[in-house]
Design a protein. Structure first.
Length: 171
């Protein structure tokens, strides 16, 4: 039978057959440390996390659970998270997302927005949090006597809640 010849070769490639279907372990040769222990056998960790707009204030680390994203100008963002295991489930704001696939857009309001990314393997879970700070207009400054070519705002000074603006010439 052909199936008997294929099964030993498939097992060498990391393909597992069961009554539920065919599963493929793509992470078979990855190792966590110098001891050669296999990674991704059953953990609730992420190997990477990114946001579509803005900047994370620190590089991603599996052991760091809280992040801040700054300088976001878009009305919404998407999250991309990668599980360390083929069997890690990922949820962005409680919505299931495949590893490495962009989440649905998450609408942001001005100021701080909390986004949760949960990695889960069986009963084990780990929640990463991103505080996304969306920039928004808080004030509007305008000279009382504006005119074309006035160059208002060519010099600006801010001290606490006080702002002073100047111009270099009047048109």
């Amino acid at each position: 039978m052909i199936i008997r010849r294929l099964i030993p070769a498939a097992l060498l490639m990391g393909i597992v057959f069961s009554s539920m279907g065919v599963f493929c372990n793509l992470d078979r040769n990855h190792h966590d440390d110098e001891t050669g222990s296999s990674a991704g056998v059953g953990d609730a960790d992420l190997s990477a996390l990114s946001i579509s707009d803005g900047l994370l204030t620190q590089p991603f680390s599996t052991s760091t659970l809280n992040y801040t994203a700054r300088f976001i100008t878009a009305p919404s963002v998407t999250i991309r998270a990668f599980g360390t295991s083929l069997y890690t489930s990922i949820y962005v704001n409680n919505v299931s997302v495949l590893s490495g696939v962009l989440s649905n857009p998450i609408a942001l309001t001005g100021g701080a927005n909390t986004i949760t990314v949960k990695a889960q393997y069986g009963m084990i879970s780990k929640t990463y949090t991103i505080t996304a700070n969306k920039l928004y207009q808080q004030a509007y400054a305008k000279a009382s006597n504006t005119g074309a070519g006035d160059s208002f705002g060519c010099s600006v000074a801010i001290d606490g809640n006080t702002m002073g603006g100047g111009r270099d010439r009047r048109g």
